[in-house]
Design a binder for this molecule. Structure first.
Ligand SMILES: *[C@@H]1O[C@H](CO)[C@@H](O)[C@H](O)[C@H]1NC(C)=O
Ligand SMILES: *[C@@H]1O[C@H](CO)[C@@H](O)[C@H](O)[C@H]1NC(C)=O
Ligand SMILES: *[C@@H]1O[C@H](CO)[C@@H](O)[C@H](O)[C@H]1NC(C)=O
Length: 251
């Protein structure tokens, strides 16, 4: 897994020379997206991926997890969080686990509480407002764009299919819409946005929806970033395949 993951990531890094942040996204405050983090290479500030932390656990896509695991055998990484100025070191040889396309790693060093508290992950007792979902990520604008610059952007989701339906349509998606999914069994939602994830800087960009209490809850992490407005892309599902996470579909 680690070898395949790092090879795929290197491929992506070289393929996505032009790394954009969320295309047509609005610049937003980290404080409105609780628990959002960027995993960054300390030497040069390059973004490995986006993710969330919830209850002391870092959640990132499997591809990112494989790369993190590989890098951590050689040097430490930095987790940037909060208002974008805070960070902590992920020590060499820290380990995590893979399940359902998501890599989870306990973060032992405590984080400063601030406006950006831990993420709340979706659970089936929650009612989600379908028109409230947004993709949020830290990709940067320039060619040197994998460099973390603290700018967070968000764009609304306009469609989502359930995991069941995404399985059915997945093979009809283009390669860039499909992304690189290492675990073919991983539950995915097929979604669309008026903006788009563009380039590696948006890998793992979390999708937040509001529950009936108006609180942001995380329902998935971007797995592909085809850079097309209203184009379909896939997110690793964090709703435990809840069949209600579907909206905006005409059929
Ligand atoms: C991490 O925090 C330190 C201290 O505030 C800062 O000097 C450094 O630039 C930060 N690193 C990143 C990658 O944000
Ligand atoms: C990390 O693990 C490798 C291989 O097991 C070991 O050689 C190395 O000393 C470890 N590094 C640290 C800082 O623990
Ligand atoms: C979300 O959309 C689905 C499909 O249209 C619908 O069944 C569900 O009730 C909607 N949920 C809310 C909270 O509006």
């Amino acid at each position: 897994m680690a070898a395949a993951g790092i090879a795929s990531l290197v491929l992506l890094l070289s393929a996505s020379a032009i790394v954009l942040s969320i295309k047509d996204g609005q610049i937003v405050s980290q404080c409105d997206y609780p628990g959002i983090v960027a995993v960054v290479i300390p030497d040069n500030g390059a973004i490995i991926c986006n993710g969330v932390r919830s209850k002391g656990i870092l959640y990132v896509p499997e591809l990112c997890g494989a790369a993190i695991g590989d890098i951590l055998t050689k040097f430490p990484l930095v987790l940037v969080y909060g208002d974008g100025t805070k960070n902590l070191t992920i020590p060499v040889n820290s380990t995590g686990t893979f399940a359902d396309g998501i890599f989870q790693m306990p973060i032992t060093e405590p984080m400063d509480p601030d406006c950006n508290s831990e993420a709340t992950l979706f659970d089936s007792s929650m009612d989600i407002s379908n028109n409230s979902c947004e993709l949020a990520g830290y990709g940067a604008e320039q060619l040197a764009g994998k460099i973390y610059d603290g700018t967070l952007k968000a764009a609304p989701l306009t469609k989502s299919t359930s995991v069941q339906c995404c399985k059915v349509i997945f093979n009809s998606l283009t390669k860039s819409q499909q992304g690189v999914i290492l675990n073919k069994q991983a539950p995915l939602n097929c979604v669309a946005s008026s903006g788009a994830g563009c380039g590696l800087g948006d890998l793992g960009a979390p999708v937040y929806c509001r529950n009936s209490a108006g609180e942001p809850v995380v329902v998935g992490l971007a797995a592909s970033f085809p850079c097309e407005n209203e184009g379909t892309f896939v997110i690793y599902d964090l709703t435990k395949s809840d069949s209600g996470f579907k909206f905006g579909i005409s059929a």
